[in-house]
Ligand binder design. Structure first.
Ligand SMILES: CC(C)(COP(=O)(O)OP(=O)(O)OC[C@H]1O[C@@H](n2cnc3c(N)ncnc32)[C@H](O)[C@@H]1OP(=O)(O)O)[C@@H](O)C(=O)NCCC(=O)NCCS
Length: 345
């Protein structure tokens, strides 16, 4: 883990990106903000009332951190106008009314939701990436981004992946010691098109974050038609269709499927079951058919295989946003700041 993370941090610091942290009320975030700046990983913008932050964190030196108080900041009206414009015509599912009646309503709303405020700073180009979720749920962290940042060109699905780091000295199936698993955290039952998006985005994460040459396997309980589930979930035809869509959408990508996990990683099984495939037997990016398979799969690798799981790393947003776990440590926040900086254009 240390080697992979150190490498990520080194590359992130060369980019000198500005990352916004909307959770100034959380001491772990405040300490991480100061530490990330001290380490030169990124410029950091922290949202909150400067006096309250200083009072709650008297020993933290925030001199290098740009603390912005949305209540008094000169651009708050601009952000409210951007939100109103971006969400015009959208109806609130609970009330059946427009999400924002007017710009003052949008202003009042962002002063209660600093994650949305930060997403608007990102949309306006005033920061390069957003990290939140230390004290907000995944849904409340990602929704602002889904609503106003949207997806990058050519991708219609925001998804997530884990960079899985093999235990020291163990690389029987992955010579680089690193693999990527997706989507284990966001899309619950992706359709074929969404799985193709997840595959393409995960290949990008494998390249930009894990430093891998991606070889993507679309996973199933079937290898090249060996199994069938026409009666139940139709998951085999779904993975076959996803494979075809991804190949058409990204013809240069080394991607194939559908594969059982052993056919994807073990050369002898790959050769036997899919002799013509460039991916069978040597995949390093694994796309699971749904969140159940993905989430269970990464936890098996973590617990039985002693792999370290770095993530979930969000992918597919037009500009980078990442979600922290509510149990995160200061070190976790710093790592996610570095990953987000690395994802920024
Ligand atoms: C990601 C998630 C939070 C979105 O939930 P939501 O806010 O209820 O989503 P909605 O269906 O109301 O959609 C809100 C907007 O986001 C968009 N959206 C939702 N999911 C999206 C995705 N994966 N990619 C791109 N856009 C997406 C919708 O199109 C919609 O856009 P619009 O309002 O402009 O029309 C939801 O899928 C979720 O909770 N996933 C599981 C997360 C989880 O519990 N993970 C466990 C952590 S280990």
């Amino acid at each position: 883990m240390a080697g992979v993370l150190e490498n990520i941090k080194k590359r992130a610091s060369l980019k000198n990106k500005n990352i916004v942290l909307p959770e100034g009320e959380d001491s772990r975030v405040v300490v991480a903000a100061a530490q990330a700046v001290k380490e030169g990983l990124a410029k950091v913008t922290l949202l909150g009332n400067p006096e309250e932050i200083a009072k709650a964190n008297p020993t933290v030196d925030l001199s290098g951190v740009n603390v912005i108080d949305p209540v008094t900041y000169a651009k708050t009206d601009d952000y409210a106008a951007i939100l109103f414009e971006a969400r015009k015509g959208k109806i609130n599912k609970k009330t059946g009314l427009p999400e924002y009646a007017d710009i003052p309503a949008a202003r009042a709303s962002i002063l209660k939701d600093y994650t949305m405020y930060a997403a608007l700073m990102l949309k306006a180009g005033d920061v390069d990436g957003l990290v939140s979720g230390a004290c907000h749920s995944t849904a409340n962290t990602l929704r602002p981004g889904l609503q106003v940042i949207k997806t990058m060109p050519g991708i219609n699905t925001v998804s997530s992946s884990f960079v899985m780091i093999a235990p020291e000295g163990y690389n029987e199936y992955i010579p680089d010691g690193v693999a990527v698993f997706a989507d284990c955290a966001i899309n619950i039952e992706p359709d074929a098109q969404q799985l193709a998006d997840i595959a393409i985005s995960s290949a990008e994460t494998a390249k930009s974050i894990a430093g891998l040459e991606p070889r993507v396997a679309m996973l199933s309980f079937s290898t090249k038609g060996s199994g069938n589930d026409d009666k139940f979930f139709k998951s085999v035809p779904k993975m076959q269709e996803a494979t075809a869509i991804a190949k058409a959408q990204a013809p240069d990508l080394i991607l194939d499927g559908e594969f059982q996990f052993d056919a994807a990683v073990a050369p002898e099984v790959g050769k036997l079951k899919a002799p013509d495939s460039k991916v069978a037997g040597n995949a390093n990016v694994f796309v699971f058919p749904n969140i159940n398979a993905g989430n269970i799969g990464y936890k098996i690798a973590q617990r039985f295989g002693k792999f370290l799981a770095l993530g979930p790393i969000c992918q597919g947003f037009a500009k980078p946003i990442n979600d922290l776990s509510r149990g995160c440590s200061v070190e976790d926040v710093i790592a996610v700041i570095a990953i987000t900086a690395l994802q920024a254009e």
